[in-house]
Structures are given as structure tokens and as C-alpha cells.
Design a binder for this molecule. Structure first.
Ligand code: NDP
Length: 330
């Protein structure tokens, strides 16, 4: 058996040496417990925040202790009446090949709607984040312009599609021409901006969003957000979902101050945290499942193979190595 622990708190961009693989014993289960074999591991940008020794909405990882994230696992052995060997579950689990668990916070999943890996993406926190942030803050209306950053990523690509389902003009910002072409072809995104090739983002946004931005779904923060704010419409809604462009910064950077803009435009800028909306998960899941079944919603996965590649898969999120959800298959 093996586990991956946090060896050092990363300084700047995480490095492979910040993680360590350890050989550990195979766990023995007691009454009420199940033995789990890891099948798929979700690597996510927010894990970077948990590697800092800071209080947040979720406690930081401890040095020398295993990393955890959402994992799909197969039940190998059970002394719990709710699970039998062969069941598949999803939940917050350690980065271990084998582990035991009480089963309390795990959800049983099936492949009726989509393969198991989809429960780490479109049918997991990714889909819930996209849907619930748009429902609670975005409140899209037909004909509005929705601008999305991280648009070819896991959350962003679902957001773009919900925007199209709701009849919006959707513009995506992503880090390569291939990604922009992909979201236009596969998800019918109306227009795109490759931020890595664009010198003046304010002008590029103004060109691609000729009627201004009604809703901005922000996955990246930083200078892109500054440029978007220069293009917002009266009563715009700005969803602060993520800020990956500053996750590796050692100091919190300051940018242009939004107050003047938000006041002039009576705009709403609000932080969104998916875990604040647990009471709406079931309703959101039903809608996402229906769209998926009817073919209105599609999804991408970038799968890296092998437990030994888990840290690198996580690190490569900061290089934009993924289209859609980044997942490690064991
Ligand atoms: P993604 O699949 O979008 O992966 C990360 C992507 O971010 C990369 O593919 C890359 O794409 C882009 N990126 C990396 N570095 C930068 C940078 N410096 N500037 C701009 N873009 C960059 O991840 P998720 O969909 O899982 O998450 C997207 C965002 O949503 C994250 O910020 C995450 O923290 C947040 N989030 C928030 C939740 C909440 O409840 N608030 C829940 C889930 C996610 P590219 O090639 O385009 O650069």
C-alpha cells in the first residue's frame, strides 16, 4: 500500500519535491468499516490553498500527513451493512491506494448516467459549482452576455454550456488557441479570447463583447478581472468563484480598485463557495443529470494515468495542461 503526504508547504508554484510517497501497511477493517481501493483522484486548484498554513473555509493540510481530495473508490471488503464489495463510492478521501472508512460521508454511485469519473467533474463539485453559482448570483437572462474565464477548464466549460442553454451570448477566456477553438466547436461558445496572446485585455473584451458584460464568471482573478471590470454593464453580476492566477503568489497583489466601477454600474460582485449551498445539491444534480442525458450538456476530462503521477497532475493545472476536469486514474 502507498500514500502521498505533504512534505513541504510550497513556495510559489508547487513542485514534485513538496510531496512524498510512502509505503504503508494494508489497513485491517473492524466492525462497521469498509476497505476501499482508489480508482480515480480529483486534483483541483483549491488544494493549493490548503497547502498554506492558514485558516480558511477548510482546514489546511498537515505536513507529513496524507493529502485528501474527492476520490472515487471501489469497496473491496465490508463489515458495514450499507456496502458490499464491488460498490463504488465518491467522497473526500486520502491519497492512498487502499484505505479504510466508516462510510459515513461517502455516496454510492453507479454508471447509469455517466462513467464513474464524471462524479469528480460534471456530476460532482465541478458541475454543482457551475450550476449553483449561476443560479444564486449569475441569474442569467436570455440575450445577456456571459463572459467566463478558465473557460476550457472543468467549471468554466460547464458554465459556458449553461450560458448557451439559457440563451446567452457566451464569450470564453482561455490560455491557448486550441482551447478557444475547442469550446467554440464542442460547446457552441460564441467567441473566445486567448489571454496569453492578448496584450490589451480591456480592448479585447470590449471587441468580443460588443454589448458589454452582464455576467462575469471569474475563475482566475488578477489582471483579467481588472480588465473585465472596465467592460461591465449596468447591474452586472460578477461571480468570484476562483482566482487561480494568484494562488501561487506569496503576497496578495492589489489591482485597480473596483469600488468606483461597481457603484457607477450598480453592479454586484459576490464570492461563491459551493459548500455553502449543500441544501441545493440534490436539485442541481437532477438538472445537471437531465441535461447530460438529453445531450444538452457535454464534458471533457483530462486523465493522467498512475498514482505516481498524482502530484504532477495537480501541479500541471497551473500550466493549463487540462481541458475539462483533470483526473488521475489508478
Ligand atoms: P480548471 O479545470 O479550470 O483548471 C485550472 C485552469 O486554470 C487551467 O487549465 C488553466 O487554463 C487555468 N490557469 C492556470 N493558471 C492560470 C493563470 N495564472 N491565469 C489564468 N488562468 C490560469 O479548474 P477547476 O475548474 O476545477 O477550477 C476553476 C476555478 O474555480 C479555480 O479557481 C477553482 O479554485 C475554482 N473553484 C471554486 C469553487 C468554489 O466553491 N468557489 C469550487 C470549484 C472550483 P488556461 O489554459 O486557460 O490558462
Amino acid at each position: 500500500n502507498k500514500q502521498i503526504i505533504l512534505k513541504n508547504r510550497p513556495k510559489g508554484k508547487p513542485e514534485t519535491s513538496d510531496f512524498e510517497f510512502q509505503n504503508i501497511d494494508e489497513p485491517k477493517i473492524d466492525a462497521g468499516e469498509i476497505l476501499l481501493k482508489t480508482k480515480y483522484i480529483s486534483v483541483d486548484p483549491y488544494l493549493r490553498g490548503r497547502m498554506r498554513d492558514e485558516e480558511s473555509y477548510i482546514p489546511p493540510f498537515q505536513l507529513e500527513k496524507p493529502i485528501s481530495s474527492m476520490v472515487v473508490a471501489e469497496v473491496k471488503d465490508s463489515q458495514n451493512k450499507n456496502f458490499i464489495p464491488g460498490d463504488h463510492v465518491v467522497g473526500m478521501l486520502d491519497w492512498k491506494l487502499l484505505q479504510k472508512n466508516s462510510g459515513k460521508n461517502l455516496r454510492k454511485i453507479s454508471t447509469d448516467l455517466a462513467p464513474f469519473s464524471a462524479y469528480l467533474g460534471v456530476l460532482g463539485l465541478t458541475g454543482l459549482t457551475a450550476y449553483l453559482a449561476l443560479e444564486t448570483i449569475g441569474k442569467l437572462r436570455k440575450g445577456e452576455t456571459l463572459l467566463v474565464s478558465g473557460a476550457a477548464g472543468a467549471v468554466g466549460s460547464i458554465v459556458c454550456q449553461i450560458g448557451k442553454i439559457k440563451g446567452c451570448h457566451v464569450v470564453g477566456i482561455a490560455g491557448s488557441d486550441e482551447k478557444i477553438q475547442h469550446i467554440q466547436e464542442k460547446f457552441n461558445v460564441d467567441n473566445g479570447i486567448n489571454y496569453k496572446k492578448t496584450e490589451n485585455m480591456k480592448d479585447a473584451i470590449s471587441e468580443k463583447c460588443p454589448e458589454g458584460v452582464d455576467v462575469y464568471f471569474d475563475n482566475v482573478g488578477g489582471e483579467t478581472l481588472d480588465a473585465v471590470l472596465q467592460n461591465i454593464n449596468k447591474a452586472a453580476r460578477i461571480i468570484n468563484c476562483g482566482a487561480i492566477s494568484i494562488y501561487n503568489e506569496t503576497e496578495v497583489p492589489t489591482g485597480p480598485r473596483p469600488e468606483g466601477i461597481l457603484i457607477k454600474k450598480s453592479a454586484l460582485m459576490q464570492g461563491f463557495l459551493v459548500r455553502d449551498h449543500e441544501s441545493k445539491y440534490a436539485e442541481a444534480m437532477t438538472q445537471l443529470g437531465e441535461w447530460l442525458k438529453s445531450g444538452k450538456l457535454k464534458y471533457d476530462e483530462t486523465i493522467k494515468n498512475g498514482f505516481e503521477n498524482t502530484p504532477d497532475a495537480f501541479i500541471s493545472l497551473f500550466d493549463g495542461d487540462n481541458i475539462g476536469k483533470m483526473i488521475v486514474e489508478i
